[in-house]
Design a protein around this ligand. Structure first.
Ligand SMILES: [Zn+2]
Length: 532
C-alpha cells in the first residue's frame, strides 16, 4: 500500500485518553507504476471460516442446582451433534454436489439434506425413542429449485490502471439468478450507483452497464431484502445488463440472499466490494469512469422431481398422551449453516435425548420433527408434516420451532484490515434471540421471562409474534407457534461456520427449552392458547 491517510480515533475511557490509529486507503495521487491504481488486491474466499477477532471465550452457561446431572444438555454433548450436522455441508462442498462446488449446503432433495434428516432419525432412535419414522416427501409437480452450477465475475485488467494490472476474479461473487445471459456471458463497463436510491439514480445512466450497488446489513440480512432486491430490479429495468450488490459484511463472504426478480445479479463480499469500490473511485478520479469493465458468466439449472423426508419421533406423555407439543427444527441449510439451522437441530437432538429418559417424561406427548426444511420450493418439511399427520395436528396444543439459537454476536471492531476494510469482533454472548409467540399467550411470555432469570438466555426484550418461513405451515394449520430465532448477520452466508456458534450458548438454549417444555407440558391448554 502506497496511498494511505491516517485516521486516529480517540476514545475517552474513565480518566484515561487512549488513541487508536489505523490506516485508510485512497487519499494520495494514483501511482501509475502499481497495479490497479495501487489499491490492495482482495483476498480469495476461505470456505468454512469466518474472519473475525475472537480470542476470548464464550460466556459460560448458567446451570441451576440439580440440573448438572442432565449431561445430555451440556454444551459439549450438543456441540458433537452440531459438528456432525455441519459435516454434511462440508461433504456437500467436497463432493461438488452442486455444479463446481461453489455453492454447498444441506440441500433438501439432495443427498446432503436427505442424509442430515436420516442422521437425525438415527439420533432419535439412539436416544431410546421407540416411535421414530422417516416420512417421505415428494416435490410438488411443476415446482423446481434454481441452482447456479458455475460462475465467474472477472474484472478485466488494463495497463492503464497501473503497470501489471491483470484480471482479478472476485471470488466472493454469488449469483442470485442468471437472467438472459448467454453461454459466453457478457462483458460491460461498471457503474457505481451507491445504494441505488431514487435520488442517486436520477443522476446516473446505467444503460448497457453493470451496476454496482452497496448495502451494509445491520443484523439479519432479511431486513435488507427490501430495498436491495427491488432496487436491483429497478436498475435492470433502467437498462443495466447486470447488478453487483456489495454486501458489506466481515471478510469476503458469499451471500445467498436478496434476489432481483430473475435478472442477472450477484452479491459480493465486503473485501471484494471495497476493492471494487476503490478501483471505481480511482478510475473516476482519473477522469475515466467507464474504464473498469467486467466479464460475467454463470451457468445454472432448475431441478424438479426431488424427494426428501421428515424424521418424526413421538415420546408418549404420562397423563395426556393424546395431546401433543411439537418440537420442530429444520435440517436444511445454505453453506455450512452452523447457525441456520445446525444449532437448532443439535439442540433438538439434545432435548430428545433428555425427554426420552423415563424419569423426564412429560404429561403431554412430545413430537420431535427434524424437518426437511423450507429452502426447496415444492418440498416443504412442515407442509408435509401437517398434511401427513392430521391426528398429531388435531391434538397439538403448541408447536415450538427451534431456529438459529446459539450464534455468538459479532459487531464491527475498532480496527481496520490492511486493505482498509473494517474488521469485526466476536462478543462473549450470543446474538439477540427473538422469542416469537404467535398467539401472544401471557403464559408463554411469562416462561420466557423466567427462562431469562434462570438460564441467562439472551432473549430480546418486548413481545413479538413472529413466526418464520419454517413456521408458516403450522400457523396456517391454526396452531400456535413459539419460535426462537436469532437475527444473525451471517445468515445465508459462507461465514455461518462452527466457530461462530457458542458451545455454552447451545447449553443455555437446551436447558431453557427443557424447562420450557416441562412447564408447557403441564399447563392448561386455555393458557397456552387463550384464543382457542
Ligand atoms: Zn432457518
Amino acid at each position: 500500500m502506497t496511498r494511505r491517510s491516517r485516521l486516529c480515533l480517540t476514545f475517552l475511557f474513565l480518566a484515561l485518553i487512549s488513541a487508536a490509529c489505523a490506516e485508510l486507503p485512497g487519499a494520495e495521487a494514483p501511482a501509475a507504476d502499481e497495479p490497479w491504481f495501487g489499491v490492495m488486491l482482495p483476498p480469495g474466499l476461505t470456505p468454512h471460516a469466518l474472519e473475525v477477532i475472537a480470542d476470548r471465550p464464550a460466556a459460560p452457561a448458567v446451570v441451576p442446582s440439580g440440573e448438572a446431572r442432565n449431561t445430555e444438555l451440556a454444551g459439549e454433548a450438543i456441540r458433537e451433534h452440531l459438528e456432525a450436522i455441519v459435516g454434511f455441508s462440508v461433504e456437500s462442498r467436497a463432493s461438488r454436489e452442486v455444479g463446481d462446488g461453489l455453492l454447498w449446503g444441506r440441500i433438501t432433495g439432495f443427498p446432503s439434506g436427505n442424509r442430515t434428516v436420516e442422521w437425525a432419525a438415527e439420533q432419535l432412535r439412539a436416544a431410546g425413542i421407540a416411535d421414530v419414522e422417516l416420512q417421505e416427501l415428494t416435490q410438488a409437480e411443476g415446482a423446481s429449485v434454481w441452482l447456479p452450477l458455475s460462475w465467474e465475475v472477472r474484472l478485466l485488467g488494463d495497463e492503464a490502471f497501473g503497470a501489471g494490472s491483470r484480471d482479478v476474479v472476485l471470488e466472493s461473487a454469488m449469483p442470485l439468478s442468471a437472467g438472459e445471459i448467454g453461454p459466453d456471458g457478457l462483458t460491460a463497463p461498471l457503474v457505481y450507483v451507491g445504494t441505488a436510491s431514487p435520488a442517486e439514480l436520477a443522476r446516473v445512466d446505467v444503460r448497457g452497464k453493470v451496476a454496482v450497488q452497496k448495502v451494509a446489513p445491520q443484523g439479519h440480512t432479511v431486513f435488507v431484502r427490501s430495498p436491495v432486491g427491488p432496487r436491483a430490479e429497478e436498475l435492470l429495468e433502467r437498462g443495466a445488463l447486470a447488478v453487483l450488490t456489495i454486501v458489506d459484511l466481515p471478510g469476503n463472504l458469499r451471500v445467498r440472499d436478496m434476489g432481483c426478480g430473475g435478472g442477472l445479479c450477484f452479491n459480493l463480499g465486503g473485501r471484494d466490494g471495497l476493492f471494487l469500490e476503490s478501483v471505481l473511485g480511482e478510475a473516476a478520479a482519473a477522469g475515466r469512469p467507464d474504464a473498469v469493465r467486467a466479464r460475467i458468466g454463470v451457468t445454472s439449472a432448475r431441478r424438479g422431481g426431488l424427494s426428501s423426508a421428515n424424521a418424526v419421533a413421538i415420546v408418549p406423555g404420562t397423563t395426556r398422551p393424546g395431546e401433543y407439543v411439537v418440537v420442530n427444527a429444520h435440517a436444511d441449510a445454505w453453506f455450512d449453516g452452523a447457525g441456520d439451522n445446525g444449532d437448532g437441530l443439535a439442540v433438538m437432538v439434545g432435548l430428545a435425548r433428555h425427554f426420552a429418559r423415563p424419569e423426564m417424561r412429560t404429561e403431554r406427548s412430545l413430537v420431535f420433527v427434524a424437518s426437511a426444511g423450507h429452502h426447496t420450493p415444492g418440498l416443504s418439511g412442515p407442509g408435509g408434516f401437517v398434511a401427513m399427520n392430521p391426528d398429531l395436528v388435531e391434538g397439538a396444543v403448541l408447536v415450538i420451532n427451534l431456529e438459529h439459537t446459539a450464534q455468538r454476536h459479532i459487531t464491527p471492531a475498532r480496527s481496520l484490515h490492511p486493505d482498509g476494510h473494517r474488521e469485526w469482533t466476536m462478543d462473549a454472548h450470543e446474538a439477540p434471540i427473538v422469542a416469537g409467540i404467535s398467539n401472544g399467550s401471557p403464559l408463554l411470555d411469562s416462561l420466557v421471562r423466567r427462562g431469562i432469570e434462570r438460564y441467562g438466555t439472551n432473549f430480546v426484550s418486548g413481545p413479538n409474534r413472529m413466526a418464520s418461513g419454517e413456521g408458516g405451515s403450522y400457523t396456517r394449520a391454526g396452531l400456535p407457534v413459539f419460535t426462537t430465532m436469532q437475527g444473525p448477520p451471517m445468515y445465508h452466508t459462507t461465514g455461518e461456520v462452527l466457530d461462530m456458534v457458542s458451545t455454552p450458548g447451545l447449553e443455555r438454549m437446551a436447558r431453557f427449552m427443557a424447562f420450557f417444555l416441562q412447564e408447557v407440558s403441564r399447563a392448561p391448554a386455555a393458557e397456552i392458547s387463550p384464543a382457542r
